[in-house]
Design a protein around this ligand. Structure first.
Ligand SMILES: [Zn+2]
Length: 208
């Protein structure tokens, strides 16, 4: 029989998603694009906090302790098989990833989209800091995955299960009690210490 583990909220093995997340790599340029079915619904997002891990804001103690929540945004990313400079190899091949990123990256994409609509332009991603995923993003002239209808349909189909799993990729959906535990604060009268009721131990013991 295999060993059953006990753990708190520090289990990094439980990621909730079935798919490996996209990560930009230092000294590599990835040619990518956001895969969508509806250009008006390319992203999912939710206000989140970070404390050891990302978790969804529940508008309460989390904001009091950690400050205002920030959006974490997700999309399905296609990464073409390229050389290190980002030039596509033959035969044409790709991988799809769930991609979760910060408000900063979303705003970068948004300003780029104003001039190079990301529904019809690939983007090249490189990074200066792999750990914190500080990304350099440059638009390309064309978008490879939508260039042929048959290819586009195939990739959209392939993207569906990844899109469905995106919410889990963004952050953990903790209960209010679990957030309290993560932040090290008691869940009210049960776990908290009530300072108003100091027991007079002598009188308690005398009454035995
Ligand atoms: Zn919050």
């Amino acid at each position: 029989m295999s060993d059953v583990m006990t753990f708190g909220f520090d289990n990094e093995e439980i990621k909730g998603g079935l798919f490996e997340k996209y990560k930009a790599k230092k000294n590599e340029t990835h040619r990518t694009a956001i895969v969508y079915s509806d250009p008006k619904a390319m992203f999912v997002g939710h206000p989140t906090h970070f404390k050891d891990r990302y978790f969804f804001c529940k508008k309460g103690k989390c904001c009091e302790v950690l400050g205002p929540a920030k959006y974490r945004v997700g999309a399905v990313l296609i990464k073409y098989n390229t050389d290190r400079a980002g030039v596509p190899k033959k035969p044409f091949a790709w991988e799809l990833f769930p991609w979760a990123f910060s408000e900063v990256t979303y705003l970068k994409l948004k300003s780029m989209n104003a001039e190079f609509p990301l529904a019809t332009h690939d983007i090249k991603i490189s990074c200066t800091n792999e750990e914190y995923q500080h990304l350099d993003i440059v638009p390309c002239n064309e978008c490879l995955w939508i260039s042929r209808d048959e290819l586009k349909t195939q990739i959209q189909e392939q993207a569906k299960p990844i899109w469905d799993s995106l919410k889990k990729t963004l952050a953990s959906d903790l209960t209010v009690e679990q957030i309290g535990e993560l932040l090290g604060i008691g869940g009210g009268t049960v776990a908290g210490v009530d300072p108003s009721s100091k027991l007079d131990m002598d009188s308690v013991l005398n009454s035995l």
